[in-house]
Design a protein around this ligand. Sequence first.
Ligand code: WQD
Length: 337
Amino acid sequence: MKILVTGGTGYIGSHTVVELQQKGFDVLIADDLSNSFPETVDNIADITGIKPLFEKVDLSDRTATRILFEKYSDIVAVIHFAASKAVGESVKKPLLYYRNNLNSLINVLEMMEKKNIPNIVFSSSCTVYGQPDVLPVSETAPLKKAFSPYGNTKKICEDIIDDTVAASDIQAIKLRYFNPIGAHDSALIGEYPQGVPNNLIPYITQTAAGIRQCVSIYGDDYNTPDGTGVRDYIHVVDLAKAHVIAVERMLGGKCKSPSEVFNLGTGRGYSVLEIIKSFEKVNNIKVNYKIVARREGDIEKVWADTSFANKELGWKAERDLDNMMLTSWQWELKRKK
Ligand code: WQD
């Protein structure tokens, strides 16, 4: 019995493969390596002692996806991470994002129907909420117009899943991530952005490592305690563990509806300045920063109502901000070596 993890050499995917293997699951990774590295398969094996099966596949290619599903006949569930995910890039190249993110999901769902694979866990994002009217934001909050084509592909993919579930025997669990950060305790896997980082944490760690000059804080005139943007940062290992629980829920027939959705956050928001100060304190290192103008498309503040995931999944984020800052830095130091 295999779990297919698409995008499994990526940041969240690789951490999820580790947790799946450590719970005894047999894992097959399919990834096009457009934003990750083949060495990650070996790094996972160094952590767990088990080398996952790996297939280099462009899942936006219908034929390649069919060939993958015909080669492996014992897939019982799919965790679908494979997608392009840079907010800024999606604004510049919307068609690349719509083609890749939508076609990949459609091709996977089509083969799941053909092969009678009834379980999919989908990687969604809190970006579907836009700037919520009420905080903390719960799963029942109205979804708003996405701030970017990337965010819109997540919303559309949730609809594609709901419509497919209604017309087939497939059941789905959609997981809406808040801001995943941190790295595995081994520092063998972590976030590995290509080029100049879009996200805050890799920019901080690269600045602390001397790779970047200075962190630009995008605006300090928001309606927040210190004026800088507030987000719900969650450790990637906590996020990975939730995916294993979701797979076990489906395999155990415990879902309460054919398509379920859960917020995966900590329920606590931190500002950009709080993050930088925490990183400096925990790692005893100075981080240069300057305040600049707001970034186009940024929302002001968001943090999760996690009560539904806590109750229904029996899952709760356990790692604190200090650990997120510590493991992020340990990972950067390991990469520097
Ligand atoms: C966090 C905060 C910025 C960089 C995006 C996607 C989301 C998910 C995570 C994929 C904000 C500020 C950032 C910098 C800064 N992606 N910031 N200087 O935009 O909350 O979420 O990434 O799944 O779907 O929307 O994450 O890390 O870019 O920004 O001041 O150099 O840090 O303004 O307040 P974001 P982020």
